[in-house]
Design a protein around this ligand. Sequence first.
Ligand SMILES: NC(=O)c1ccc[n+]([C@@H]2O[C@H](COP(=O)([O-])OP(=O)(O)OC[C@H]3O[C@@H](n4cnc5c(N)ncnc54)[C@H](OP(=O)(O)O)[C@@H]3O)[C@@H](O)[C@H]2O)c1
Length: 317
Amino acid sequence: MSNRFHFRVSRRDALSFGLAAGAGTALSMRRPVWAATTAPTQLPLITKAIPATGEKLPAVGLGTDQFRTSERDAIQAEIQRLQQLGGTVIDTAAAYGDSESLIGDALAALNIRDRMFIATKLAANEAGPSGRGGKESFDRSLARLKTQTIDLLQVHNLEGVEVLMPLLQQWKQAGKIRYIGITTSRVGQHNHMVEYMREYPLDFVQVDYSLANRDAAMNVLPLASERRVAVLANVPFGFGSVLRQAQTRQLPDWAADIDVTSWGQFLLKYVISHPAVTCAIPGSTKVAHLEDNQHAARGRLPDESMRRKMEQFWDAG
Ligand SMILES: NC(=O)c1ccc[n+]([C@@H]2O[C@H](COP(=O)([O-])OP(=O)(O)OC[C@H]3O[C@@H](n4cnc5c(N)ncnc54)[C@H](OP(=O)(O)O)[C@@H]3O)[C@@H](O)[C@H]2O)c1
């Protein structure tokens, strides 16, 4: 399955991406460094391997917590843009209102289900002592997403892990899901997550990690490297508040050294340059934001010394 994703981008896409990118950089009040020289889609796409299989994923995906039916057309346009720009990973959940249905409709209308990597989550609290609610949640997700197979099925917020894990393993063996994961977005759950990582054969964890919230780097991320577990990094913008805080400051000139032209890209490049992180999943409901975020999946990644510089710059703010 590792070569089923196609990252072809047409010249028209590349040109329109270049124009849109110019708009995105208004966030940082800076001119895009590559505007006159390198079209962004000519910069190499950054991919990371899923340790369990070696399958490569583009390092920036899309979070869909805020998808609403009232924005159906915008959502389809956003998913189409993601695919055109080389992104594949879409993270949703049974608990995210209409998100799964909107994604399923868009993938069907665009006929791109096979090109995308779909991650969803079982409804928290629904498992019940027998796990029957977990099966109902999974069946509903398959129907809403209009698919026979989920790439990554996760236990939401660590709720019901013990009950759901045998079911997840059965579904994986039956080929209904490709990878198994667990999620949190709260530092207070990290120790608990670490215990589950030691106990169960997980392919993925999903955890909160950002330049302003580095707790996961203390325990979850090192253990993920050690146990060869892939990592989706959620809330990379601190639910938007970290980005808003960042935007009150001038982006440093040296951000150009890692092909960064906006604060969104700065924050994402920090997250995806952690060796344990496989893919960051910033949430966005606007195409311009998605395009800005997809820039972070291209070009140079910060090395260790650049990562320290980014931390010091952030901490001094
Ligand atoms: N427990 C869990 O499993 C869990 C918990 C939380 C989140 N998640 C997952 O992680 C994803 C990300 O979290 P999140 O969406 O809550 O928070 P986030 O990614 O930290 O921030 C999202 C916010 O940033 C804004 N934004 C995105 N890109 C931007 C850009 N380039 N410029 C300016 N603003 C930008 C979005 O605005 P617009 O909407 O206007 O574009 C939105 O308000 C979720 O969608 C979900 O898939 C999982």
